[in-house]
Every structure is written in C-alpha cells, then in structure tokens.
Ligand binder design. Sequence first.
Ligand code: NDP
Ligand code: 8X3
Length: 250
Amino acid sequence: MTYNGIAMVTGATGGIGEACARRLISAGYRVIATGRNRSRLDALKREYADALLPLAFDVRDSREAAQAVAGLPEDWRRIDVLVNNAGLALGLEPEYEGDIADWDAMIDTNIKGLLYLTRAVVPGMLARGKGHIVNIGSVAGDAAYAGGNVYCGTKAAVKAITDGLRIDVAGSPLRVTLLKPGLVETNFSEVRFHGDSSRAAAVYKGIEPLTGDDIADAMLYAVSAPAHVQVAEMLILATHQASGSVIVRQ
Ligand code: NDP
Ligand code: 8X3
C-alpha cells in the first residue's frame, strides 16, 4: 500500500476530529489519532490497523504533548498534516458569573494545547520543507455571542495565532489553514453543558446542523489543493445560520 503521507489529528476520539481522521485515511494518509479516551482510540486502531497510530495524551500538558511527538516511532515521525482540533466549550454563563475552572480548561486546551502541538510538530515540517497545519477555530472567534465570552475569546486567539504562524512560515512551502465551523452536531454541547443532554439537544433544534463530515470535507479540500494554493481561512455555517448569534430555527 502506498500512502499520501502522515497526518496527526488531535481530538480524534469523536466529532470533527474523528471525521477528519477517517477522511484523511480514506484519502490515503496514515493518521496519528490523539485524545484522552484510550478506549475510543483502541477502537479506531482495531478498525484501521496499520493506517492509524493511537496516541493518548492530554494536550493541556506541555511535557506530555512534547514527549508524545518526540517518542513517535521512526516511521511515523514525518508528519505532513497537523489538524489542531482538540478543544471544548464549558458553560454559557455571563462572564461575571463564569466558573474559573471552566475558563482554565478552555484556555489551556483551545489555546495552549494548540500551541504545544504546533511547537512540537512544525520544526520538523520546516526542516523537511513540507507541511500543512489546519487549525480548528470557530465562528465564535469572529464575534462574541451571549454567554460565549471566554470560549469566543479562545477562538479569537486561535485566529490570531493561526495568522501569526502563516506569517512566520510564509517564506517556506508550508501552508496554514483556519477552519471556522458554525453549529456542528457532535459531543460539543454535551460537554459545554456538563452532560445535560436536553440542554445540548436544544442547541440543534429547528435547524439542520453541520456534521463532522462537512468540516472534514473542507479540511480535505484545503489539504488537497495544489501546492501553490493556500486556503487561508474558511467559515462554514449551517444554511440557516448567519453568524454566531443569528440562527433562524424552523
Ligand atoms: P467533541 O466534544 O465531539 O470532540 C472534542 C475532541 O477534543 C475529543 O476528541 C476530545 O477527546 C478532544 N479533547 C478535548 N479536550 C482534550 C484534551 N485536554 N486533550 C486531548 N484531547 C482533548 O467536539 P467537536 O468535535 O465539536 O469539537 C472539535 C473542535 O471543533 C473544538 O476545537 C471545537 O471548539 C471546535 N468547534 C466545534 C463546533 C461545534 O459546533 N461542534 C463549531 C466550531 C468549532 P478526549 O475527550 O478523548 O480527550
Ligand atoms: C462552536 C460553535 O456557535 O456553538 O464553536 O460557538 S458555537
């Protein structure tokens, strides 16, 4: 079997990350799938065998993240595509009532985790003169919505950090893409509402939301574009969504 290359997808145990991992494997990549949920990673490994390497670590831990990348087996080290997807929202309270532990988790995962992986993987890409970094931002980073405060702030930071990386590697063959999804039905809202399923389901009521596959399609479009084409940014919304706060429910 000939492979297109090696991709690493963070947060591949569900939702958008899992869809990206599956899409990349279908497109001929070998995929390093990361996340904390070992049993989900093991299930993916059973499904994909040699095409997938499960790597369990918490992206919030800078040492764990660096060691996970440094300790990759020799034939998995040349990462061509990094999808920085691991992330979460917690809570929808007004900022003045927010839970500080929730803030820490969002900032540490969505911003610092993305940076740790970028720091660990991009130098190898530069040395090899080949690589594509796809960061998962959000429509939430374009403008704040009610209760979004800190989550929106983390995604605005992802936008700035992605733009900064694109500037830093502009003299190299590397490409940097920011994907900004709108409403995607995944485990995202269950996590946001700390397991309150009825509150999570209400987020997607009266509108046909996006799926992880829709975002994976956009990711693959950017990654498969000719080498001289850099898809810098894509905002992908559900048809009846116009922005983070304008959603027309039927
Ligand atoms: P899910 O909750 O379904 O998936 C989140 C993924 O992130 C899981 O695989 C989870 O893995 C991983 N993750 C979370 N925290 C950590 C951590 N500390 N260390 C390692 N992995 C972690 O949500 P989505 O698929 O929807 O979210 C994926 C990304 O898309 C996030 O960055 C989110 O902000 C963004 N996004 C989502 C939208 C939506 O509407 N769903 C819209 C716009 C952006 P595990 O639990 O195994 O660690
Ligand atoms: C996830 C989309 O609108 O729920 O980033 O913040 S939203």
